[in-house]
Write a protein that binds this ligand. Structure first.
Ligand code: 5GP
Ligand code: ZN
Length: 116
C-alpha cells in the first residue's frame, strides 16, 4: 500500500529527491535532511506502515530487513565497531513526525543515555 500523502512513500517512489545510500527489494535508506550526527540515515520499508502500532505479525521480515540495512550501512559508513545509535519513534510522545515507519541510524559521534 502507498499512502498518496506520505512523504516517505514519495521518496520511495522517487517523486521527491533524497540522497539514497542503500536500496534492497524491501527497504531503502537515505540521508536525513536535518542530521543529528555526522551520519544520520533513515531506513524505511518500501511498503507504507504508519507506526509500530500498525505492524502485523506477518511484518517480521519487513522489520528485520531494516536492521540488516542498519548493519550494512554502519559498516559502509565506517562506524560499525565504534558504535552507533538506532532509534524508531512511535507517535507524538516520542516525537514521530513522519508517519511511515523509519529507523534512524546515527553514527560518527558519541551518544548519551538516556536520550532526551
Ligand atoms: P521522526 O521525527 O518521525 O522520527 O523522524 C522524521 C525525520 O525525517 C526527521 O529526522 C526529519 O529531519 C526527517 N525529514 C523530514 N522531512 C524530510 C525530507 O523531506 N527529506 C529527508 N531526507 N528527511 C526528512
Ligand atoms: Zn508511506
Amino acid at each position: 500500500m502507498t499512502a498518496s500523502d506520505c512523504l516517505f512513500c514519495k521518496i520511495v517512489a522517487e517523486e521527491i529527491p533524497a540522497e539514497i545510500v542503500y536500496e534492497s527489494a524491501d527497504a531503502i535508506a537515505f540521508r536525513d535532511i536535518n542530521p543529528q550526527a555526522p551520519t544520520h540515515v533513515l531506513i524505511v520499508p518500501r511498503r507504507h506502515i504508519a507506526t509500530i502500532n500498525e505492524l502485523e505479525n506477518s511484518d517480521t521480515d519487513a522489520v528485520g530487513q531494516l536492521f540488516l540495512a542498519a548493519r550494512d550501512i554502519a559498516r559502509q559508513e565506517g562506524f560499525a565497531d565504534d558504535g552507533y545509535r538506532v532509534t524508531m519513534n512511535c507517535n507524538g510522545a516520542a516525537g514521530q513526525t513522519v508517519f511511515h515507519i523509519h529507523l534512524h541510524l546515527l553514527g560518527g559521534r558519541n551518544f548519551t543515555w538516556p536520550p532526551g
